[in-house]
Write a protein that binds this ligand. Structure first.
Ligand SMILES: NC(=O)c1ccc[n+]([C@@H]2O[C@H](COP(=O)([O-])OP(=O)(O)OC[C@H]3O[C@@H](n4cnc5c(N)ncnc54)[C@H](OP(=O)(O)O)[C@@H]3O)[C@@H](O)[C@H]2O)c1
Length: 240
């Protein structure tokens, strides 16, 4: 049985999700590409040797249940969940006081509540696998809380900051940002951490940026007495 990874928001060929899926596919993972638009996920899955496409909308609980059921029935376990999908309100361009409440609600649904529910749904599958890692940027607080939850299991819960990545050519980001495949290496690193690796951390390119564990922010590493690639590394400033 191959190792299996499920990724959300893999609808765009230039997106970080598909880049991470390609890396995991090269490592012989079976990747489950999910997107709101099934046809888009299918066209990306067709480019990989071991991939399945499913419809998954983080605002539609029934699609998350169906995806978890599919993984359970087909593979019986999940080695990696990558909460990649996002719909972040751009507070850099817009004052938080002027934000459209509907847009904020949508961002919370897609970036926090949806991944939270999906994590709950697939937790039994993650527990059924021998070793795990779970990467997601922009869920730092939730990541830290979740990292403390699956005690007595080898499940690792980490966030990855991919850095400025050229995933939106329509915005001209290719001039200032690096290619998705380059950024996805840090996602692949977090997704393939060995048992006993670091957990509850925010990482960039395999380097610890910040501990996300409750009560340890800026004061301790995320290793929870486990040895790992980030053990003993100095904490850097969060640059998200
Ligand atoms: N690119 C960067 O420079 C950068 C920097 C820091 C962090 N990140 C983070 O890295 C991740 C990937 O970034 P990206 O730039 O490749 O992608 P993105 O454009 O931020 O979003 C990824 C995907 O999320 C999907 N999505 C939106 N709403 C959804 C919903 N309700 N259910 C399921 N999927 C939904 C979108 O698919 P559809 O709209 O096609 O359905 C989109 O393709 C994101 O979490 C992002 O916040 C990116």
């Amino acid at each position: 049985m191959p190792k299996t990874a499920l990724l959300t928001g893999t609808s765009r060929a230039v997106g970080l999700g598909f880049a991470a899926a390609r890396l995991l596919s090269e490592l012989d993972y079976h990747v489950i590409l999910t997107a709101r638009d099934l046809a888009r996920a299918e066209s990306l899955a067709a480019q990989l040797p071991n991939a399945t496409a499913l419809r998954l909308d983080l605002t539609d609980h029934s699609t998350m249940t169906a995806a978890a059921d599919y993984a359970a029935q087909t593979f019986g376990r999940l080695d990696v969940l990558i909460n990649n999908a996002s719909d972040i309100v751009d507070f850099a361009a817009l004052s938080a006081l002027d934000a459209d409440p509907a847009a904020v609600q949508s961002a919370l649904d897609i970036d926090v509540l949806g991944p939270w529910q999906l994590t709950q749904l697939v937790l039994p599958l993650l527990k059924a696998a021998p070793a795990h890692s779970f990467a997601k940027h922009a869920l730092n607080t939730l990541t830290g809380v979740l990292a403390t939850a699956p005690r007595d299991t080898p499940i690792l819960v980490n966030a990855v900051d991919p850095g400025e990545t050229a995933t939106h050519p329509e915005r001209g980001d290719e001039d200032t940002a690096r290619p998705a495949l380059e950024s996805a290496r840090g996602v692949g690193w977090a997704a393939t951490l060995p048992p006993g690796g670091p957990t509850g951390g925010l990482f960039r390119d395999g380097q610890l940026v910040l501990s996300l564990l409750p009560g340890t922010e800026n004061t301790a590493g995320p290793d929870r007495d486990r040895s790992g690639p980030a053990a003993g590394k100095p904490l850097l400033r969060q640059d998200q």
